[in-house]
Design a protein around this ligand. Structure first.
Ligand code: BG6
Length: 466
């Protein structure tokens, strides 16, 4: 493969989240979140019975981890504040939680790293879930109040804020696909959750603007949204029904969020089709004005794999609910067998062109991209480091697609690798390892660079990709 370069001002960084790294799940006044509750109720749902408790020991090892990131040439990273750590049950600041995040942001600055701060990463506090979670408007208001508290507490320290990570995935995994607690199969309830998260995003963004206007938040701060974008494809020579499946799945997963953050609206064609199929959203008078405030400064795109769909064999699923698409299995797909996800770097190019053409002026960055692989400990070299050339191939392929999108005029500003340091992957726990840095669970969560880290350091420091 020929070498190529990325722009001088393009940033390289790492992506992670509070609940997957911090550990210390019940110390320092932290409340239970749904991962903690699920871990206690049914530990056997987690790979090797490793629940939410330990993360990757980041709270104990954050100074070392920040040093590793800086040493690899990274200049930015993203994590999330845990709602259940920052606030108590009355919605007041938990001083110990606030102290931890102040210390983390201080240490990040000292290490020369800009910390991007996300406010929600699938980590609903359990007591709020019991009050209805994202199906309840009261919880939507509670989230907006939480965001306001975070802006007030850290407004002078943080420059890059994000309201949500992957608001498309939470309804899908918890309410539709039955994968995450409470493991429901209800397309309609999933859309209610999706709608309420949209309102919550807009209310938090409005709070951010107000805090910036009165000087609580620094003048150079920006706010954004991070979503998992899955460019949606169908078979060659599609039927009109296949294209209809693309319209609805791309509409629910992608356009919904892109329209919200650029126009302050939800796509009318999607809402109409949902209503025609009996899926009604809990829209209140005045919501249109609230959603208008959801326009943000820039976007984070998490990209792992495309979505391939075709016309559904039946318009009703096995639970009697509407079904808009079936999966289309593309015969040429290259798979990451460990995770069951297709590897398709070209999707990143296509996303970049979609932004350029349909959302002009929207700046964005790759907020997550990564490859999780099973049994990596079997790939140790003579010096005990893991040999992972497949990770270099994966990242190089995605950066190459990105470089072409930038060359074609898409305003992509940077790339954050997901799981730079192996972390806890929800119910998959530590099954698939994403890191350029190994976390050795047999040796006190010891950090050890994998071979690919040498390549990453060169790319991040030179911006030349070989
Ligand atoms: C993204 C999430 O969906 O993908 C991360 O933002 C997650 O939280 C990552 O860990 C990789 O997926 P998984 O399920 O393999 O951990």
């Amino acid at each position: 493969m020929e070498q190529f370069t990325l722009p001088d001002d393009f940033f390289f960084g790492a992506a992670m989240s509070g609940p997957q790294t911090e550990g210390e799940w019940n110390t320092g006044g932290k409340l239970e979140n749904l991962w903690d509750t699920w871990s206690q109720e049914n530990l056997s749902d987690f790979y090797n019975r490793v629940g939410s408790y330990a993360g990757n020991a980041f709270m104990a090892k954050y100074q070392e981890d920040l040093r590793i990131m800086a040493d690899l040439g990274l200049t930015t990273y993203r994590t999330s504040i845990q709602w259940s750590r920052l606030l108590d049950e009355d919605g007041n600041i938990n001083p110990e939680g606030a102290a931890w995040y102040h210390e983390l942001f201080r240490a990040s600055r000292e290490a020369g790293l800009e910390c991007f701060v996300n406010l929600y990463h699938f980590d609903m506090p359990t007591f709020l879930f019991r009050r209805g979670g994202w199906e309840s408007r009261e919880v939507v208001e509670a989230y907006a109040a939480y965001a306001a508290k975070a802006f007030a507490e850290f407004g002078q320290e943080v420059k890059h804020w994000f309201t949500f990570n992957e608001p498309t995935v939470e309804p899908e995994q918890r309410f539709q696909a039955g994968v995450w607690y409470p493991k429901l199969h209800d397309f309609g309830r999933a859309r209610v959750v999706q709608y309420h998260i949209s309102v919550a995003h807009a209310l938090a963004t409005a709070n951010f603007r107000a805090a910036q206007a009165d000087g609580t938040v620094r003048a150079d701060a920006k706010i954004g949204l991070i979503n998992a974008f899955t460019p949606t494809y169908t078979r060659e020579n599609p039927t009109p029904e296949d294209l209809e499946a693309v319209r609805m799945m791309g509409g629910i997963n992608n356009r919904w969020w892109l329209d919200l953050i650029t126009k302050g609206e939800l796509p009318v064609d999607v809402l109409d089709t949902l209503a025609e199929n009996g899926v009604h959203l809990p829209i209140r008078p005045g919501d249109a004005e609230i959603l208008k405030q959801g326009v943000v400064d820039w976007l984070g795109c998490n990209y792992y794999h495309p979505t391939r769909v075709q016309a559904p064999a039946s318009k009703v699923d096995e639970y009697g609910l509407p079904r808009f698409a079936d999966e289309y299995v593309w015969p040429d797909a290259v798979m990451n067998e460990s995770r069951g996800w297709e590897i398709y770097p070209e999707g990143l190019y296509d996303f970049g062109i979609d932004v350029r053409d349909n959302y002009p002026g929207l700046e964005w960055f790759v907020s997550e991209s990564g490859m999780g692989v099973m049994d990596e400990h079997l790939h140790r070299g003579d010096d005990y480091r893991i040999e992972d050339p497949y990770r270099v191939d994966f990242v190089r392929g995605h950066l190459e697609a990105l470089a072409r999108a930038i060359e074609a005029g898409s305003p992509c500003k940077g790339y954050h690798y997901w799981g730079l340091i192996d972390n806890w992957s929800w119910s998959n726990a530590f099954k698939n390892r994403y890191g350029f840095v190994e976390v050795d669970l047999m040796d006190g969560y010891k950090r050890r660079l994998k071979r690919s880290a040498d390549w990453l350091r060169e790319v991040a420091t030179t911006h030349v990709v070989k």
